[in-house]
Design a protein around this ligand. Structure first.
Ligand code: DGL
Length: 356
């Protein structure tokens, strides 16, 4: 990789972006790595610390230097967009990141984009980018479950795989992808299903493919609208709608829903038991909040391969509620926060939940 670098700082949406400005000078695909923090940038006190460490410590240039083999797959340059643990990312961070991804994707000298990210909310960021970034170029989100300082750290191979996929012509047009643990997932379906193993990320309908020794093996394509097929465009979004999630459980009360309503939310995602069931103690409150203009979206705390069926556990048509289909509560929140920037109509919202 032959690059000339000089550090320049960009301020975008109030977020400081330090960029190693570089003119790509190689003959391989040009891939930009946007670093946001997380465990892939983490550091532990000893090699035995595979789960005890500090996230968001290692800068993007050191991440790139930790995988010298990247030069065999792409000409790479890095930008440090944030340096945070992903549980602390905000809607404003998501907007700034998506705007940067969209701007880079329009550059003729950029062939693919990788975002290094904490695994806790990686699924939310990947889905958000899938909804609002209009590009056919590969955009790949990647993280790690162990810090680079640990024995059998997974970050270096995950990053190598992510850059390899981002540099691949056959990864174009598949929407935003997530590479973890040798698998290639769609950002729409994938979620963190295990909180402490390297095999942590699962898609209820399975991965799109695998990446092995720098080669992609595809087995299916995304079924829902994404990127260039999306009616949502990051260049036309300046603020996301406030949406919160309330968890369903036995002995339920309406307290959380009322508290959220008091903050001015535009929608509440009900992470219901079973098929998005709602306790008799909560139904009247949701009907009242719907009457006040708050969208009620029934999702489920049960994940892993089903979907919430409209008018099954609740008369959604009668109550004018929306169902999240197969989206888990955190993904339903992302979609609602985007869709509500364009429509307040519940029938339109339901269409969106069936199509994205
Ligand atoms: N604090 C978590 C995060 O940044 C660490 C988990 C990880 O990145 O794997 O998402």
């Amino acid at each position: 990789m032959k690059t000339m670098t000089s550090l320049r700082t960009l301020a975008l949406g109030g977020v400081l972006i330090a960029s190693c400005a570089a003119a790509f000078a190689g003959d391989k695909p040009n891939v930009v790595i946007l670093a946001t923090g997380g465990t892939i940038a983490g550091a532990g006190a000893s090699v035995a610390n595979s789960a005890t460490y500090q996230a968001a410590k290692v800068p993007v240039d050191k991440l790139i230097a930790s995988v010298p083999e990247l030069v065999n797959v792409a000409d790479v340059r890095g930008e440090q967009v944030f340096q945070v643990a992903s549980e602390s990312l905000t809607n404003e961070n998501l907007l700034a990141l998506a705007k940067r991804v969209a701007a880079l994707s329009r550059q003729a000298d950029v062939d693919g984009i990788v975002i290094t990210h904490g695994t806790d909310t990686l699924e939310e960021t990947a889905y958000f980018l899938n909804l609002v970034v209009h590009t056919n170029k590969p955009v790949v989100v990647v993280g790690s479950m162990r810090p680079g300082t640990a024995m059998s750290a997974d970050g270096t191979l995950n990053l190598y795989n992510a850059v390899s996929v981002a540099a691949s012509k056959d990864a174009a047009g598949k929407g935003v992808l997530v590479t973890m643990n040798d698998e290639i997932h769609t950002g729409r379906d994938v979620s963190k299903a295990v909180n402490i193993k390297t095999e942590a990320f699962k898609s209820p309908w399975g991965p799109l493919g695998m990446i092995v020794e720098g080669k992609n093996y595809w087995f299916r394509n995304p079924a829902k609208r994404h990127t260039n097929q999306s009616e949502f465009d990051i260049d036309k979004i300046e603020k996301l709608a406030p949406v919160e999630i309330a968890y369903g459980n036995g002995n339920a009360t309406p307290t959380a829903y009322r508290a959220f309503a008091g903050t001015g939310v535009k929608a509440i995602i009900h992470a219901g038991t079973g098929n998005g069931s709602v306790s008799n103690a909560v139904v009247p409150t949701l009907q009242e909040l719907r009457g006040k203009g708050i969208q009620i979206i029934r999702s489920s705390r049960v994940v892993g391969g089903g979907f919430v069926l409209r008018n099954a556990e609740q008369p959604d048509d009668k109550y004018d509620w929306v169902v999240s289909h197969d989206l888990n509560p955190q993904k339903a929140r992302i979609l609602a926060s985007v869709a509500l920037t364009k429509t307040q109509d519940s029938k339109e919202l339901q269409r969106v939940f069936m199509e994205y």
